[in-house]
Design a protein around this ligand. Structure first.
Ligand code: GDP
Ligand code: MN
Length: 402
């Protein structure tokens, strides 16, 4: 049996830095529904899309409420997207201000109206798939409510970590050990242990790559509750969980990523100027490395997969050219099962269907390479068989255009 050590300090941090890249984010209100179903205490509330609805919900709940922007971004509080309201009329005014607001480039279309809690302390509890530990790994801290990355940087000792052996799940003494790092009071420890266990259940049953409660609060009357909730779902878990997959909100993701997913392409937007269109994830990574090697910066990762049908190539080109930073488009195709002539026809067809500003350079090698080079040269493209040559050319063109 492989031992499961506690992840050493620092190892679990990367996924927290780029949670967007780790799967499908769901909204706080959706994560709270899942937490509630798992038995985690969560204040009651409902979601509204208009100020009138927000007022109605606040009146139903009675007492003070919190109006919270539902966008896939942390730090809503600091951005003015979380507001306390004393009564329903104030909740309506806050909803008016928050709906339509921009938070980190995302427009707020929904607010969660939820009963306000009295807060005594704020802690942090999170679990994510830690690649280096090859296991779900908990991080807990009594310093909650704030940015956990900041805590990890400035007070690494204020975080306790535990990797969970997936064969056994989270064991009771482990949940207790984590809870005991947050509180001294036995009643609070007991409640927190239960919440941590249920968070693990919810994480596993949701197919999550990350689940987080920040803050986990204690109230003056001695209750422990989750007043914020965040969850990302592993994309590879979605096909067998339609009830989770239907929580996707395409209005909250970059249009280019929605388009790529619908076209069956793996795409990640980056900040450079060389648009990359490659078949195979490994070759795509190698291409990006080579772009860097020649002094350029890739604008994206894009794997068009094994298929070479023109629709996919059109979609790929539309996605790449929708990024205004792109100065050159680099195709790098290795024909195995994929036939180079099919890809060449796809490229020609795509450029007939859509207007493309940046120059395109193409490298094709493998199955039906000669045929492909003929097709491309007839249509006026520069085609290469050497990967080095084409990447060097792409970087040169990108520099000229800059
Ligand atoms: P985030 O900024 O996106 O992480 O949103 P949170 O839901 O974590 O809210 C931010 C902060 O608002 C919390 O850390 C609390 O300090 C405060 N807050 C949120 N809900 C309540 C509540 O019910 N009562 C009180 N008193 N403060 C709250
Ligand atoms: Mn929070």
């Amino acid at each position: 049996m492989r031992p499961f050590p506690v992840a050493p300090a620092g190892t679990a941090l990367r996924p927290f830095v780029t949670p967007e890249a780790e799967g499908m984010d769901i909204h706080e209100y959706q994560a709270k529904e899942r937490f509630r179903a798992a038995g985690i205490p969560v204040p009651s509330g409902r979601v509204a899309t208009t100020p009138e609805e927000a007022e109605e919900i606040a009146a139903d709940l009675g007492g003070p409420v919190v109006v919270k922007a539902q966008v896939h971004s942390g730090g809503r509080g600091k951005a003015g997207g979380v507001k306390l309201a004393g009564d329903a009329a104030e909740a309506r005014r806050h909803a008016e201000a928050i709906l339509g607001m921009q938070i980190r480039g995302l427009t707020v279309e929904k607010v969660l109206v939820t009963s306000a809690e009295d807060i005594e302390t704020e802690a942090y509890v999170g679990v994510l798939v830690d690649r280096s530990a090859q296991a779900p790994t908990f991080m807990v801290s009594p310093q909650g409510g704030v940015d956990i990355e900041e805590v990890a940087r400035t007070q690494p000792d204020a975080i306790r970590r535990l990797s969970v052996d997936p064969a056994f799940g989270l064991l009771p003494h482990q949940a207790y050990w984590l809870a005991n790092f947050l509180y001294d009071d036995p009643s609070l420890i007991k409640q927190a242990s239960r919440i941590i266990t249920r968070l693990h259940d919810s994480f596993v049953s949701s197919g999550a790559s990350m689940a987080e409660i920040n803050p986990l609060i204690t109230t003056p009357s001695g209750e422990v509750k989750a007043i914020d909730a965040k969850m990302s779902i592993d994309d590879n878990e979605l096909f067998r969980r339609p009830e989770v997959a239907q929580m996707r909100d395409t209005s909250s993701e970059p249009p280019s990523e929605t388009r790529a997913r619908e076209a069956g392409l793996s795409y990640v937007k980056l900040d450079g100027t060389v648009g990359c269109c490659v078949n195979g994830a490994g070759l795509a990574m190698a291409t990006m490395d080579l772009v860097k090697h020649y002094g350029g910066e890739p604008a994206n990762f894009l794997d068009i997969g094994g298929s070479s049908n023109p629709d996919k190539v059109v979609a790929a080109l539309e996605i790449i050219t929708s990024d205004p930073n792109v100065k050159v488009i680099l195709f790098n195709i290795f024909g195995g099962i994929t036939r180079c002539d099919d890809v060449a026809r796809g490229i020609v067809e795509a450029t007939r269907r859509i207007q493309i500003e940046p120059p395109i350079v193409i490298r094709l090698t493998g199955t039906n390479e000669e045929l492909a080079l003929d097709i491309l040269e007839q249509t006026g493209f520069s085609a290469y068989t050497s990967m080095d040559a084409v990447v060097a050319k792409a970087v040169e063109l990108a520099e000229e255009a800059a």
